[in-house]
Design a protein around this ligand. Structure first.
Ligand SMILES: C[S@@+](CC[C@H](N)C(=O)[O-])C[C@H]1O[C@@H](n2cnc3c(N)ncnc32)[C@H](O)[C@@H]1O
Length: 183
């Protein structure tokens, strides 16, 4: 475990997907929240609430095993980018992308979601914690284009009122939309 933490501390940024694998040095820390997968019914609700189509690029910030971006590509033909800080999850998600034969549309990146370039997203999916959502909120509002939809499994954004909520399998799913920029 100590060796794993040391290696995780050294960190690499791994990109797999559209153009194969590439690696680049980048120091990373440990995850802010452990991996707990979103159940498939909840994934379906999140993607439906966001109204995902083949024209979308779905970013899952803290992608775990990649199930949300893989489902978005399989069911809707969307592009997907999954970002996770844990090298084990990146390995697992990359293998799942290849197994699902969606590597032409989905890439998995190792990185810190708070530092990542998310500006190409038209949909962002989250399953983090309320305090992490709140920490992320200024970045979402600054980096995402107006109209970008954000869906969160189980956790709110404090006083940012959701456009819609849905209850599924005992969990609440929240939907927000990035508002137009103030003139
Ligand atoms: C609760 S799991 C959600 C996994 C997936 N999004 C899903 O809904 O099935 C949270 C994931 O976030 C990752 N994570 C935690 N902190 C992170 C950070 N700062 N940057 C990137 N990923 C992070 C964890 O490694 C874990 O895989």
């Amino acid at each position: 475990m100590q060796r794993r933490q040391f290696l995780a501390g050294l960190g690499v940024l791994t990109v797999a997907g559209f153009a194969g694998a590439a690696e680049q040095a980048a120091p990373l820390r440990g995850p802010d929240v452990i991996f707990v997968p979103t159940p498939s019914d909840v994934v379906d609700t999140m993607l439906k609430m966001a109204g995902v189509t083949k024209n979308d690029t779905v970013y899952d910030l803290g992608c775990g095993d990649g199930r949300i971006v893989i489902t978005a590509a399989q069911k809707y033909g969307a592009r997907g980018v999954g970002i996770d800080i844990d090298p084990e999850r990146v390995k697992e998600a990359t293998a799942n992308v290849n197994k699902a034969r969606v590597a032409d549309r989905v890439k998995i990146l190792r990185g810190d979601l708070f530092e990542a370039d998310i500006s190409a997203a038209t949909v962002v999916t989250l399953y983090l914690l309320t305090d992490l959502n709140l920490k992320l909120r200024p970045k979402l509002l600054k980096d995402l284009n107006p109209g970008t939809r954000i869906v969160s499994h189980a956790f709110s954004m404090g006083d940012w009122k959701p456009e819609r909520t849905a209850d599924v399998q005992g969990s609440t799913v929240y939907l927000w939309r990035i508002p137009p920029r103030a003139a």
